[in-house]
Write a protein that binds this ligand. Structure first.
Ligand SMILES: [Zn+2]
Length: 72
């Protein structure tokens, strides 16, 4: 089920897999390059850390050419 190519969809915002450290994966908002919102999710898909302050709205959900959305 877990597929590293997937995109996380949380509260209408999409996040892409940015980097991985040990057993935490950092997901960064992919809707604006100026946005610093991110999530850190462990191997059990539990959110360990979140910054969901987006300086933009939810418009224009990114179309992802490969992979599926994960709803948390
Ligand atoms: Zn954002």
């Amino acid at each position: 089920m877990w597929n590293g190519k997937n995109v996380v969809l949380l509260d209408g915002y999409t996040y892409y897999k940015k980097n991985k450290s040990r057993n935490l994966i950092k997901w960064a908002c992919c809707m604006s390059k100026y946005c610093k919102a991110h999530l850190k999710i462990d191997n059990n898909m539990i959110i360990r850390e979140r910054n969901t302050e987006h300086p933009h709205d939810k418009k224009g959900i990114l179309k992802v050419s490969s992979g599926r959305y994960i709803r948390l």
